[in-house]
Design a protein around this ligand. Sequence first.
Ligand code: SAM
Length: 220
Amino acid sequence: MPGLDTKIHLDMLRDFKRRMPLPLRLVRAIKRELFNPDIYGLEWGDPEVVAPLGYLRDRFLVPYIRPDRVALEIGPGGGRWTRYMLTAQQLYVVDFHQELLDQLARRFKKPNMVFVHNGGDDFPKVPDHSVDFLFSFGVFVHLDPEIIGRYLANMHRVLKPGADVVLQYADQTKDMAKGNPGFSDNDPERMRALVTNAGFKIVEEDLTTLWHSSVIRFQA
Ligand SMILES: C[S@@+](CC[C@H](N)C(=O)[O-])C[C@H]1O[C@@H](n2cnc3c(N)ncnc32)[C@H](O)[C@@H]1O
């Protein structure tokens, strides 16, 4: 641990000033506006900017997106995470609200994308045992365990054997979840039970990166 005479803090400030002079910051802001216009949802945190979200993207999303694999996202919203899934062989974007799918289509519309308007817990139009990777963020945090259970049961039909599933869910053991009225009554113990009772094998959990929720990865 450095002592009080350390220059570490002054060095960090000087380094910041050297790397980020005002003209450079302005150029970056203009580039961002021109080439990466607003995506609905970035106000909840941009994985490009917010380190914990970037970490989750790199650990739980990017490694599973491959040109020879089929991916499915539940509740894509404005595409905050969808933008990292576009290189999948085929990408099903499944949402309960047509308006959100329309918003997504305005920003992202690629030949490999299939837009699916669902009934809140199912996968219409998605062929049996066709999906290699299923991802959802910002959705299951709002779903009651009963609906999560129905979703999990319905996943079996569309997932290939051994497919990976990554879900972020509300974690009421964390203070920031308790204070959020939109978050459902869920926690790691309940989520583990839901996942295993549905017949899946839990592979990995992240209980620490997020301040109001947790992440679970399991396999079909
Ligand atoms: C809070 S937004 C999150 C969007 C995006 N995943 C993100 O993290 O920025 C929730 C999204 O899930 C959709 N949604 C809500 N309930 C759903 C359900 N039961 N099944 C599928 N989509 C749902 C909403 O329409 C919306 O697109």
